[in-house]
Write a protein that binds this ligand. Structure first.
Ligand code: PLP
Length: 355
């Protein structure tokens, strides 16, 4: 039976990306060696890194003066690298969910942290709007898409300080005004690649200002100066990222990804709002187009498990909601298809008809 992958991450990648990576794993550029066996310093691999970096700059219109890095450690390591490198005295954080909270925890190890607003009391069901960013902080940190709770800040905010953003779960799904950010980081395992590589876009002249010794590997400068090749980078995930970036470009770039994401999300939210069995979990205006969270309406609460079983029997994979929200979460990253969303909608309609 055909499977539809709604996993939150690692998650669905375009089929041709998987196939092209698989070919290179078997025989890299006709060398007779696997991509998994070559040196990262091999002459054929540098062009992979160069093209991937260039495509990121092209797709996101990254201005001059920024570097693109491919690091290890996941987005979680960035939670500490950010304050290590950028927190001079005081930083502002917007607390919109589990990942933001983790970033805040790390920042507190390095200096004063102002939590400008939080929706924790409402289990992060909305993005706080009524707040101002102090002008005397080194940066404002935001999580643009809250993977677990299904809320999203889908436009670049206007604040009086440089922003730093965790874009792990919505990077390359919309155009971004990179000039507003001192640093953007994203674990790759949603919209870009397999797990194992983190993309960082960093403003070069913002580096080197923090008043502390930074361990070599945690210093962005190290990686900028060495073209992201200070140590062995995750070779296979970087190659997969390159294939995804080519795919994004071929399919119309981030503008087209944005349009497709909004169309898919519209279809699914329309069904959630229409279907008597379900309701969305977050404020309508803050609904994520990447992670679509919904639960059973109260009077049908006992149907949660049966719906999950039914949807699973119809080929849906990964729609169980995160334990802090419950219910269901359909992750619709760039590679998600209209067909997949339609299949899920059909399950919801059929299940409604049975009850
Ligand atoms: N930030 C966001 C928004 C995420 O969704 C995740 C993982 O799902 C992380 C950070 C943590 O990423 P990693 O597992 O790469 O450390």
């Amino acid at each position: 039976m055909k499977k539809y992958n709604f996993n939150a991450g690692p998650s669905m990648l375009p089929r041709e990306v998987i196939e092209n990576t698989a070919k290179q794993i078997l025989d890299f550029n006709g060398s007779g060696l696997s991509l998994a066996e070559i040196s990262h310093r091999a002459k054929d691999f540098q062009p992979v890194v160069d093209e991937a970096m260039a495509l990121i700059k092209e797709l996101l219109s990254v201005p001059e003066g920024y570097s693109v890095l491919f690091l290890g450690g996941g987005a979680s390591l960035e939670f500490c690298m950010i304050p290590y490198n950028f927190l001079i005295k005081k930083a502002a954080y917007l607390n919109t969910g589990t990942w933001a909270k983790k970033a805040i925890k790390e920042a507190k190890l390095f200096g004063e942290v102002v939590e400008v607003a939080s929706s924790a009391d409402a289990n992060y069901t909305f993005i706080p709007k009524d707040w101002t960013c102090p002008a005397d902080v080194d940066y404002l940190h935001i999580t643009t898409n809250n993977t677990i709770f299904g809320t999203e800040i889908r436009k670049d905010l206007d604040v009086p300080v440089p922003m730093i953003a965790d874009m792990s779960s919505d990077i390359f799904s919309r155009p971004v005004d990179v000039s507003k950010y001192e640093c953007i980081y994203a674990g790759a395992q949603k919209n870009l690649s397999m797990a194992g590589v983190t993309v960082v876009i960093v403003k070069d002249d913002a580096l080197g200002k923090a008043p502390r010794e930074i361990p070599t590997m945690l210093n962005y400068k190290t990686h900028v100066e060495k073209g992201s090749m200070f140590n062995t980078p995750p070779v296979v995930p970087i190659y997969t990222a390159l294939e995804t970036l080519r795919w994004i470009k071929k399919n119309g770039g981030v503008e087209a990804m944005d349009k497709r994401a909004c169309e898919r999300a519209d279809m699914l939210y329309t069904e959630i709002d229409r279907n008597k069995l379900f309701r969305g979990t977050v404020a309508t205006e803050d609904r994520s187009v990447m992670n679509i969270c919904f639960v059973m309406n109260e009077e049908y609460a006992e149907l949660e498990k049966p719906f999950l079983e039914y949807a699973t029997s119809q080929g849906m994979v990964g729609i169980k909601g995160h334990r802090s929200v419950g219910g269901f979460r359909a992750s619709c990253y760039n590679a998600q298809t209209v067909e997949g969303v339609q299949a899920l909608i059909k399950c919801m309609k059929d299940f409604e008809a049975q009850h």
